[in-house]
Design a protein around this ligand. Sequence first.
Ligand SMILES: [Zn+2]
Length: 81
Amino acid sequence: MMWRLIFLGLLIWLVIHILKRNIGQIKSPKNDTDVNTTNTQNQTHIEDMVQCAHCAVHLPRSEAFLVGGAIYCSKAHIQNK
Ligand SMILES: [Zn+2]
């Protein structure tokens, strides 16, 4: 009876020990991935920024107007050029 209790306690300790190690191993790479993802997103965001040829304002490429190889922030600035 006593041997069973000791064996059970040892088994529980082993499971907790393995779980803690696994959680630690899972957590660290996950945090690194999160940081890398954030950095990649920031770099992409910076790369997507373009400058208006008329007023030199910075805006996302998706919101910019590309006319004749020049980038403009609005249709009004395309007409003024
Ligand atoms: Zn502009």
